[in-house]
Design a protein around this ligand. Structure first.
Ligand code: C5P
Length: 400
C-alpha cells in the first residue's frame, strides 16, 4: 500500500524525534518516497544530516536555502508534492499551531499550503497530553478531518508513566498502510480469482493438464491487492509464489477448485476466472503408480464442472463477473458467445495467433468485450500492464 506513495514527513521538537529516523527508514522499506521537513527546534533533537542521508533528499527547516544568494525553499511545491503530510512527532505546540493556522516556521507554512491530507502522531508528556487545551485541539483537528495516530502509554522521557509516547515507527507505518488501503479505489471489495491449470490424475504420478503458467491471474491478484481489494486467489499447480497481501488457496483438480470457488464467490463482489481448468478428468484413476503394462491405452473421460458458468448462474445484485477466453483462431465470436452463455460482465480474449500472447509468456495481447456491447482492443503489453487495463475496465462496472 505504501509502494510509490509520496510521504512528506514533518518532524517537530520532541525527544520522540529520534524515532523519526527509524520511521523514515520503515516507510522507505515499504516502498514509500520520503521527504523531510523539520521545525528549528526538531533540529536540536536530531540532525537534518541524518534524515537527509537516510532519505536521499535535502531536509528543509528554513524558508531560505541559501541566505547569501537569496535562494528560498518553495513551501508550496513541497505542500503539493506529498500524497500525505505526516507530522510525527507532533508536539502540543504544533497541534495548537495547526488549530490556529499559525505560520511562524517553515513546517507550518507547508502545513497551510499542503493540499494532501495531514496526519498527526502526537508525542508529549502525559500531563501535556491530558491537558484540556491539548484535548480540545485534538478534537478540533479530528473534526476538520485530520487523522490522529494516538500516542501509546508507557515510560516517558520525564520519568513519568502514562499516555504520550509517540506510536512506534512500525505501528505508524501500519496505520498509514491501512489508511491508504481504506482510501483505495477497491477498498472493502472482495475479489476471488481462479488461476493456473488443473491436474487431473490418471494414477499417483500421472495427470492430464495444459500449459497454463498462472501468470495472468497472479498479475491481476497483485494489481487488485495494490488497489485495496481483499483478494482470494485459488491457484492450480504453478511455479509462482504467493503475491504479498493475497490469500492463496492451492488446489490440484478442477473439482477442488470448483468447491472452493463456489464457496468464496458467495461473499465476493467480483469473480475473475483466469484458470485454464481441464475440461475433462479421467473417469477412474489409480491411487498407486500403474506399471507400464497396467496403463490403459484408452482413458475414459468425464466432464469437469464449469466453474465460471456456475458463478454466472449464482451471480446476484452488483456482483461483477469476468471470464477469459484463449483461442487458437481469431476467437471473437466464440468469446462473445461465452460472454452471454456464462452470464459475464465482460470477457478478456487472447488469441495464441498473436505472438507473445497466451500461455507461459510474460506478455499478452488482449481484446475485451463487454456485455453492454462495448469492445476494446489493446496492444501487446506485459501481463502487469494488461492487468492494469483489465482493472481499469473493471472499475467502470462497480456500483458508484
Ligand atoms: O474453457 P473455456 O474456453 O470455456 O474457458 C472460458 C472461461 O471459463 C475462462 O475464464 C475459464 O477460466 C473458465 N472456465 C472455468 N471452468 C471450466 C472451464 C472454463 O471456470 N471448467
Amino acid at each position: 500500500m505504501l509502494h510509490q506513495k509520496k510521504i512528506l514527513l514533518g518532524i517537530t521538537g520532541s525527544i520522540a524525534a529520534y524515532k523519526s529516523a527509524l520511521l523514515a527508514r520503515e516507510l522507505q522499506r515499504r516502498g514509500a518516497e520520503v521527504r523531510v521537513i523539520m521545525t528549528p527546534s526538531a533540529t536540536e533533537f536530531i540532525t537534518p544530516l541524518t534524515l537527509a542521508t537516510l532519505t536521499g533528499h535535502p531536509v528543509h527547516s528554513d524558508f531560505t536555502e541559501n541566505k547569501d544568494s537569496g535562494e528560498w525553499t518553495n513551501h508550496v511545491e513541497l505542500g503539493l508534492w506529498g500524497d500525505a503530510f505526516l507530522i510525527a512527532p507532533a508536539t502540543a505546540q504544533t497541534l495548537s499551531a495547526m488549530v490556529s493556522g499559525t505560520c511562524d516556521n517553515f513546517l507550518m507554512a507547508v502545513h497551510l499550503s499542503s493540499r494532501c491530507p495531514v496526519i498527526a502522531a502526537p508525542a508529549m508528556d502525559l500531563d501535556m497530553f491530558q491537558h484540556e487545551a491539548t484535548q480540545s485541539n485534538l478534537k478540533i483537528l479530528k473534526s476538520r478531518g485530520v487523522p490522529i495516530i494516538e500516542p501509546e502509554s508507557g515510560a516517558l522521557a520525564s520519568g513519568l508513566e502514562g499516555k504520550g509516547r509517540m506510536a512506534e515507527p512500525e505501528s505508524i507505518a501500519n496505520w498509514l498502510e491501512n489508511w491508504f488501503r481504506s482510501k483505495a479505489p477497491l477498498a472493502e471489495k472482495k475479489v476471488v480469482i481462479t488461476a493456473g491449470p488443473t491436474h487431473e490424475p490418471i494414477d499417483a504420478v500421472r495427470f492430464i493438464s495444459n500449459r497454463s503458467s498462472g501468470k495472468m491471474g497472479y498479475a491481476l491478484a497483485t494489481e487488485l491487492n495494490a488497489l485495496g481489494a481483499d483478494v482470494h486467489l485459488i491457484s492450480g499447480p504453478v511455479q509462482l509464489s504467493a503475491p504479498a497481501g493475497v490469500q492463496v488457496t492451492r488446489v490440484e483438480t478442477a473439482i477442488e477448485m470448483h468447491t472452493i470457488a463456489l464457496k468464496s464467490f458467495e461473499t465476493a463482489d467480483i469473480g475473475i476466472a483466469t484458470a485454464a481448468v481441464a475440461d475433462y478428468r479421467a473417469k477412474s484413476s489409480s491411487s498407486v503408480k500403474l506399471h507400464r503394462d497396467e496403463i490403459p491405452t484408452a482413458i475414459q473421460l468425464q466432464e469437469n464442472p464449469d466453474i465460471l458458468a456456475d458463478w454466472g448462474k449464482r451471480k446476484r445484485g452488483t456482483q461483477v463477473l469476468i471470464g477469459f477466453a484463449l483461442e487458437t483462431d481469431e476467437g471473437v465470436e466464440s468469446a462473445k458467445s461465452k460472454l452471454a452463455r456464462k452470464n459475464l460482465d465482460f470477457i478478456v480474449l487472447n488469441s495464441t495467433q498473436n505472438e507473445g500472447a497466451g500461455f507461459g509468456t510474460d506478455t499478452n495481447q488482449i481484446s475485451i468485450f463487454e456485455q453492454n456491447g462495448k469492445s476494446h482492443i489493446f496492444d501487446l503489453k506485459s501481463k502487469k500492464e494488461v492487468a492494469r487495463d483489465i482493472v481499469t475496465i473493471l472499475l467502470t462496472h462497480l456500483p458508484q
